[in-house]
Write a protein that binds this ligand. Structure first.
Ligand code: CTP
Ligand code: MG
Length: 357
């Protein structure tokens, strides 16, 4: 058979295989129900300390990029401006309360840079692996960036969700999803995928939601949160009617191209990935690695190896955890993935299995 025909057959096989790969890894409805019950229970308890407090989910439990047994990210928002509770104290109080009133394994970290409470729930029939849960305080930007990710997913769920979910699984299996060990957070990986779909693909698969003008004028006050511009176009109904991408590449083609782009084209040494603004230079953001830190501070020197600008907190490098070795490993994985997907032209399921081995 002609190589072109074989290649087309492999690509369509790859797309089908990606959908089937991801499907059984999605959370069950039972898991989602239990998590929501846990959230409601904890919220009720927290309200006994501060009646104006609400407990919201963020991260993968509600950005549509959740996998089975993902951790739960929760945040306490206090609506009463008079409450005046100190985060560390509040974390300690919530920790004590949960310890008394529930049988979760509770670990309050009131002295951490960002005070949080860590919870672990034991396994049960609906939750064969238990749940790990982090509760933070007043992190309102996280709610907004979660909403941004969800809105992007909603525009083209078949391609966007499949790609992100697959790449999250791939990154976990290939061990490049460990911010504590010098590699990337899931949030960082997701931003890379969205950046690729908005700014690299021509024609783009997704619009830049932070650059679509609002339908009605909005005030500065509505746009700002904690001094950050958190505006993005979030009218999903209107997006569905008005935005249709003229990029018709299949999810398989996009995946190969994603790996290829980050293997060969992206300039890791000099460039910043900005979902908000497209490619930026490290220099323009002042995110260069200062070799002259005195040779003492290895961490500071490693801070800007890989640069991913947070969509709202634009002075924050989401990938600051990536070390020199971490970046080497990540780039090696992109190259390995490109090799596997461009060399094997027999069965796509086998290629995916090898990719995630
Ligand atoms: N977050 C952030 N800055 C980071 C990492 C995370 O603001 N450097 C916030 C984001 O709101 C993100 C949430 O924390 O959506 C959860 O991050 P993470 O656990 O990395 O992503 P999840 O989508 O929850 O992925 P997983 O399923 O692996 O938990
Ligand atoms: Mg999470």
């Amino acid at each position: 058979m002609h190589p072109g025909v074989l290649h087309r057959r492999f690509l369509s096989d790859l797309s089908t295989s990606l959908f089937s790969f991801v499907l059984p890894l999605l959370p069950t409805s039972e898991e989602l129900t239990i998590k929501e019950e846990v959230r409601t229970l904890i919220e009720k308890l927290i309200k006994t300390i501060e009646p104006s407090a609400r407990l919201l989910s963020f991260g993968s439990s509600c950005n549509s990029f959740g996998l089975r047994n993902s951790d739960m990210d929760l945040v306490v928002l206090i609506d009463d401006p008079e409450a005046g509770l100190d985060s560390s104290l509040f974390v300690q109080m919530i920790g004590d309360l949960l310890e008394r009133e529930t049988n979760f394994d509770v670990k309050p970290l009131p002295k951490a840079r960002i005070p949080i409470i860590k919870l672990n729930l034991a396994a049960s029939p609906g939750l064969p692996f238990g749940i790990a849960c982090d509760i933070g305080i007043e992190n309102r930007l996280a709610i907004e960036n979660t909403r941004l990710l969800l809105t992007y997913a909603t525009i083209d769920p078949a391609r966007v969700r499949t790609l992100v979910l697959f790449l999250k699984v791939w990154a976990k299996r290939r061990r490049i999803n460990s911010p504590y060990r010098g590699t990337l957070s899931s949030y960082g990986i997701t931003l890379m995928v969205l950046y690729f779909l908005v700014h690299v693909k021509q024609p783009p698969v997704l619009p830049n939601l932070q650059r679509i003008a609002p339908v009605r004028p909005i005030t500065e006050e509505e746009m700002m949160l904690e001094g950050r511009n958190v505006y993005f176009f979030d009218d999903v109904e209107m997006l569905r009617q008005e935005w249709s991408s003229v990029n018709f590449e299949s999810v398989g083609e996009l995946l190969i191209d994603f790996f290829r782009y980050f293997s060969h084209d992206f300039q890791f040494n000099t460039m910043v990935l900005s979902l908000r603004a497209g490619p930026l230079t490290k220099e323009s953001k002042g995110w260069t690695n200062d070799i002259d830190v005195g040779g003492l501070n290895e961490m500071a020197r490693d801070r800007n190896r890989l640069c991913i600008e947070d969509p709202f907190e634009i002075t924050y490098n989401v990938a600051r955890t990536v070390t020199k070795d971490g970046l080497y490993t990540i780039r090696g994985e992109f190259m390995r993935a490109t090799r596997i997907l461009t060399q094997r032209h027999d069965r796509a399921v086998l290629a995916l299995a090898e990719l995630c081995r």
